[in-house]
Design a protein around this ligand. Structure first.
Ligand code: SF4
Length: 437
């Protein structure tokens, strides 16, 4: 039975899913803090009265994790451990009517654009002037930086436009002032995110305007790294390549999910590109920005994917040697265009194909990491675990890429600072080194 008194104004925000959800949780927390709430993130404190779960509704496994988390806190509410439970985010946006019918003991379901209504329910004022002001959940030295919301792309397998709506770019001036305020609070790395980064500006400037945005952001004092995630291959704005190459504080790094490479599958996925166009673009990117780190994401087991298609993709992965790569087994999502197709690849085959690609990628990653031995890199220290400092080079994004481990150093390294680190050894997904100055 509950012993400790619950603090009426104490709110615990739980974030599931992607970096865009992390961003939204931070905006919500910024609003709550400004309304004098005692707001915490994924806390186990036992005096919390209200829990808000920011859910993910992307694919089956993510949806299940969101439902399990709701049930966990609903049970906590039944046991008197908390008083109020609210659910927001993508799963709620997509299935709120079904979820309501389940009578899970949730006090309210909110969509991805319902922040004002959620705050009103908590008797908090929605302060528009605070837009962009956030309570960071990441270490202060890096921040996810959402430049637009929603997506206008027709990718057949994707439910994100259903949950996030049409593409909306944030004006450059607004983004620059947000970056300045982050830099004033000690942020050194901006991780640019969107559903489709390369679509930036088409709505408000009637042209792809990412290059101009990058130029403006790179002039913000204190920002030492700007990293690009979620680029899209079709209509890729090649003018950004010159900016990436020229600007020393824009990381030679590009995340560009490609999803597949067989022409028939790309056509069915409605990606608007082909194997030749995609390969040519990758060659252009690598030639334009020598040494650039390229990350991609692929899907295995899409409807109609034959063993031949898969072998073609596997061979292409081995040939292209991506620096960073992730794979998702296809998830048959209702209300998407692909849902009309037969989900004809067995789950175990989807998974074994994903595993086979990651096995190949693991060897590629080791081979590329070993080429870094003896070289010195600028490393940002993210944290310290026991006696080991852990950081990243500009080739690595937090949580998804490689890390640099600095062991047994007598020096007192400062988390959030940069150091020159010489690489002594390498493993599949980690580098080991020592500080050289
Ligand atoms: S670009 Fe395609 S895969 Fe990405 S969010 Fe938009 S529709 Fe989904």
């Amino acid at each position: 039975m509950k012993t400790k008194t619950l603090k009426k104004n104490k709110v615990n925000v739980i974030t599931l899913g992607c970096s865009k959800n992390i961003y939204d949780s931070e905006v919500l927390m910024g609003q709550l803090k400004n309304n004098k709430f005692d707001v915490v993130h994924e806390s186990n404190d036992d005096d919390i009265s209200t829990v808000i779960i920011n859910t993910c509704g992307f694919i089956e496994t993510a949806k299940q994790e969101s439902i399990d988390t709701i049930l966990q806190y609903a049970q906590g509410k039944k046991d008197g451990l908390i008083e109020k439970l609210y659910v927001t985010g993508c799963l709620s946006e997509r299935y709120r009517d079904d979820l309501r019918k389940e009578n899970l003991g949730v006090d309210g379901f909110f969509g991805t654009k319902d922040l004002p209504r959620l705050l009103k329910t908590l008797k908090a004022d929605y302060k528009k002037e605070l837009l962009g002001e956030r309570l960071l959940t990441t270490p202060a030295h890096f921040a996810f930086f959402k430049i637009s919301e929603g997506c206008d792309r027709p990718c057949s397998f994707c439910a994100i436009p259903i949950m996030r709506g049409k593409h909306e770019s944030v004006p450059i001036e607004e983004l620059v002032s947000r970056a300045e305020s982050l830099a004033n609070n000690g942020t050194k790395e901006l991780i640019l995110i969107a559903q489709d980064l390369t679509y930036y500006g088409l709505d408000i400037y009637k042209k792809r305007n990412l290059a101009e945005l990058l130029n403006k952001l790179s002039d913000v004092k204190g920002i030492e790294w700007i990293r690009l995630h979620y680029a899209f291959p079709t209509g890729f704005p090649e003018d950004i390549l010159e900016v990436i190459k020229e600007k020393s504080n824009i990381c030679n790094y590009l995340d560009i999910p490609l999803q597949h490479i067989s022409d028939n599958i790309l056509a069915s996925m409605r990606r608007g590109t082909t194997k030749k166009k995609t390969t040519d673009l990758l060659i252009k990117i690598k030639e334009s920005v020598p040494g650039i780190t390229v990350r991609t994401t692929l899907i295995t087991g899409y409807p109609g994917e034959t063993e031949e298609n898969f072998q073609e993709m596997l061979a292409w992965v081995k040939e292209m040697k991506f620096d960073r790569l992730g794979v998702f087994p296809y998830s048959h999502e209702d209300d998407t265009h692909a849902f009309k197709l037969e989900d004809d690849v067995p789950e175990e085959v989807k998974q074994s194909r994903a595993d086979e690609i990651m096995d190949a990628q693991s060897e590629i990653s080791l081979e590329l990491n070993e080429l870094k031995i003896g070289k010195t890199f600028k490393v940002l220290i993210d944290r310290k675990e026991e006696e080991v400092y852990i950081g990243r080079t500009e080739c690595d994004s937090p949580d998804v890429d490689n890390e640099v481990l600095i062991e047994n150093t007598a020096q007192n390294l400062i988390v959030g600072n940069f150091y020159q680190v010489k690489i002594d050894s390498a493993e599949h997904y980690d580098l080991f080194g020592h500080v050289v100055e």
